[in-house]
Write a protein that binds this ligand. Structure first.
Ligand SMILES: C[S@@+](CC[C@H](N)C(=O)[O-])C[C@H]1O[C@@H](n2cnc3c(N)ncnc32)[C@H](O)[C@@H]1O
Length: 203
């Protein structure tokens, strides 16, 4: 993995082995078309996917409203006070995201879509070589992400889903639910598992 920046310096939620697997998948996929992620936060996964896309002169669409998921809100377990805009009285990861994309030199590759996943998808018409789902982890949010974006993946393309936990005590069950939905649809095959990340191939 050849990254322009040490990703341990970026706030976020991605293990090293997951980053490596995403990078390899995106490097292969982006040779055939654009990649899209849902859930960028401060840009950790964005830098990994973006660096792979840059090698192929491809594009990474980075969808995030930057208002945080349920668990990032004030008083919640994963709240980071550095990412709270006191004047606006709301969470805001976009400033940090932009800083990290600039540090990584990925302006020519990363296209931020600062809005909800459902809104971004409304008039979407571009086939995607890879989709990485790491947005909201409520069942409603995860189902929306799957339903809005999985159908845009080309045959042979990749669907990656983060934070798969078989046991409820290890983590939320919504990503697992959409992973099972993807498998049951018959549209995806050859699941590969790396830590809490799964990668599926569109048949
Ligand atoms: C777990 S974090 C993403 C972590 C990131 N991939 C990383 O590598 O660190 C989830 C992100 O999803 C975003 N998010 C949650 N619900 C969303 C929605 N409906 N549409 C767009 N973004 C959403 C949040 O703002 C948050 O930044």
């Amino acid at each position: 993995m050849d990254l322009p920046l040490d990703i341990t310096t970026i706030k976020g939620f991605l293990a090293d082995d997951e980053a490596q697997a995403l990078y390899s998948a995106a490097q292969a996929a982006s040779a055939t078309g654009p990649v899209l992620e849902i859930g960028s936060y401060c840009g950790k996964s964005t830098v990994v996917l973006g660096a792979a896309c840059q090698l192929n002169n491809s594009v990474l669409y980075a969808v995030d409203h930057h208002r945080g998921s349920e668990e990032h809100q004030k008083g919640e377990f994963f709240h980071d006070p550095d990412l709270y805009d006191a004047a606006e009285e709301q969470f805001d990861s976009f400033r940090e995201f932009r800083k990290n994309i600039a540090r990584a030199g990925l302006h020519d590759t990363v296209v931020p879509l600062v809005t909800g996943s459902d809104v971004a998808s409304r008039c979407w018409n571009t086939p995607l070589a890879m989709v990485f789902i790491d947005g909201g982890h409520s069942l409603e949010a995860a189902l929306t992400d799957y339903r809005c974006w999985a159908s845009h993946i080309v045959r042979g393309g990749v669907l990656a889903i983060h934070d798969i936990f078989e046991k409820p005590e290890e983590g939320g069950q919504a990503p697992l639910a959409i992973y099972q939905l993807a498998l049951a649809s018959g549209l995806f095959e050859a699941p590969e598992r790396v830590n809490s990340l799964v990668l599926l191939r569109r048949c």
